[in-house]
Design a protein around this ligand. Structure first.
Ligand code: AVJ
Ligand code: FE
Length: 493
């Protein structure tokens, strides 16, 4: 994908090293161990801060905002105005709604709340409030034109960066403005824009017509999955789930708390297209034994027969991917399946979906010392050697492509490639406090949403962590969703 930088040019990009500073701090902290210092972890709120200096924080925040904006402009700059205003699916907003919505959220949180400055365009709040207008209704709104939306978000950004330049970025947990601690609110808004960038990427995938986006293919497998065990034993016992120390963790990831998980076996890799085809070929979609009642009802009503975007081609299958029709690649993680399909596949395989706690233990537990780490590979921020993230590639990588991103127990590709459905409903961690607004997470808690973990190729590293939680309805599959399976380890401790 090309990167549009015309806005960034209005304010020179500053050199970046902020992220590394933050993760270096984290490597030396050991408060997230199952054995020790949980008592020192605050129960809620934006958490304790690393001793990052304010200039490094300012740098990290500016870089995160600029990176998000480059991507937003690239995703909206590659199609014409009619396409920006069109609704490509009733599941999605017109791209031009997302474009102005990210700016409106930035105005609300960075200009008004963090900066305590007067509103720039308060009359836009209602139109770009996701709760006032369901996605299906958004095309009928008198939305800002693409040019006006770009001018609006650029204006907001000028003010937001000025707020950032002047902000007293104290450590979180100290006195003063909690929103500014660790530059949290800036990180939150950068993550918000990146989340919409992933949503816009899903809109591009739904859109018909010639390809508008291209990117290099991800790396091929560097290890042969056949040479590795197909599942890994994760030991039982408590581990620290969630975080109270990760500076930009969102409210639903907090606080750190002990979670007990009995020993279990987890797939080494996400389920591949080849494995999923065996389920299809075995008439898995026609056999109610594998489906929950709600799942079977949905499978019947929606006439599901294969993942979204797949079509039969003689004995084989093709898929449409960002405007290109191609054979389904056998060794890639399966994608665009809903929770009901993942659940049915797992039962057919004599297995089950992992719970969210199991997934997080597999991703974060360090068997040497028992600490919970930020990522499967350790505490370092994700690099291109670890995981397929950040829209560098417009598809998942084949299994075996990221041995450097594996966990110490040998679980691969937990981060990146595809979001992984878990068995769990989206519920608050014990001790949860909504912060800074109930509409980010709290209003979504309940059995109507299932949790997805790990991030996909379309997720930026700033919005992906071992603790990061995503959620969606169990029928949704326009998202970049896959899964892996698990089973109990009876008699194993
Ligand atoms: C976390 C992806 C479920 O898109 O609804 C965007 C992220 N929240 N704007 C969503 C979000 C507010 C959210 N998900
Ligand atoms: Fe939003």
């Amino acid at each position: 994908m090309t990167s549009s930088t015309h806005y960034a040019a209005a304010r020179p990009r500053r050199p970046t090293e902020g992220r590394q500073t933050v993760s270096d701090e984290l490597t030396s902290r050991s408060d997230e161990t199952a054995s020790g210092a949980l008592a020192s972890v605050p129960a809620s709120g934006p958490g304790r801060s690393p001793a990052a200096d304010p200039e490094a924080l300012r740098e990290r925040a500016a870089t995160a905002l600029l990176t998000a904006r480059d991507r937003t402009l690239a995703l909206t700059g590659c199609v014409d105005d009619d396409e920006l205003k069109a609704q490509h699916s009733p599941l999605m907003s017109p791209l031009v709604w997302d474009l102005a919505h990210v700016g409106n959220q930035e105005e609300i949180w960075l200009v008004r709340e963090a900066g305590r400055r007067p509103a720039l365009r308060p009359e836009l709040d209602a139109m770009y409030d996701a709760f006032q207008h369901p996605r299906a209704d958004r095309p009928a709104l008198p939305l800002l034109s693409p040019d006006r939306a770009r001018a609006y978000i650029a204006d907001v950004r000028e003010h937001a960066l000025d707020v950032l330049d002047r902000a007293a970025l104290k450590q979180a947990g100290g006195r003063g403005d909690a929103l500014l601690g660790d530059a949290f609110v800036f990180g939150m808004i950068a993550q918000h824009e990146q989340q919409h960038d992933e949503t816009m990427l899903a809109t591009h995938q739904l859109r018909r017509g010639a390809a508008a986006l291209t990117a290099a293919d991800p790396p091929p497998a560097a290890v042969d999955p056949a040479d590795l065990p197909c599942e890994v034993l994760v030991p039982g016992g408590p581990f620290v789930m969630g975080t109270s120390t990760e500076p930009w963790a969102l409210d639903n990831e907090r606080p750190a708390h002990l979670a007990g998980v009995p020993a279990f076996w987890l797939d080494t890799f996400p389920v591949t297209n080849a494995a999923y085809r065996r389920f299809i070929d075995d008439d898995g979609y026609r056999d109610p034994r594998w489906w929950s009642d709600a799942g079977w009802e949905h499978r019947q009503g929606a006439a599901l027969e294969a993942p979204l975007f797949w079509q039969r081609d003689g004995d084989g299958w093709l898929r449409r991917r960002f405007g290109v029709v191609e054979p389904v690649p056998p060794h890639e993680p399966v994608m665009h399946v809903c929770w009901y399909e993942a659940d049915a596949y797992a039962r057919w395989a004599g297995r089950r979906l992992p719970t969210e706690a199991e997934w997080e233990k597999a991703a974060r537990h360090d068997p040497d010392g028992g600490r919970s780490r930020r990522y499967p590979w350790g505490d370092a921020d994700p690099g291109p050697q670890h995981a397929n993230l950040g829209q560098r590639h417009l598809r998942p990588a084949p299994v075996g492509a990221y041995p450097d991103g594996a966990s110490p127990l040998g679980v691969h590709q937990l981060i990146g490639d595809v979001w992984e459905w878990t068995a769990s409903d989206f519920l608050p961690h014990p001790g949860f406090t909504a912060y800074p607004y109930k509409e980010y997470s709290e209003v979504f808690f309940g059995p109507q949403y299932k949790v997805l973990r790990g991030g996909a190729f379309g997720v930026d590293p700033v919005a992906c962590r071992g603790t990061f939680r995503n959620w969606d309805h169990p029928i949704r599959r326009q998202i970049f969703s896959g899964f892996r399976t698990a089973r109990d380890a009876e008699g194993v401790r």
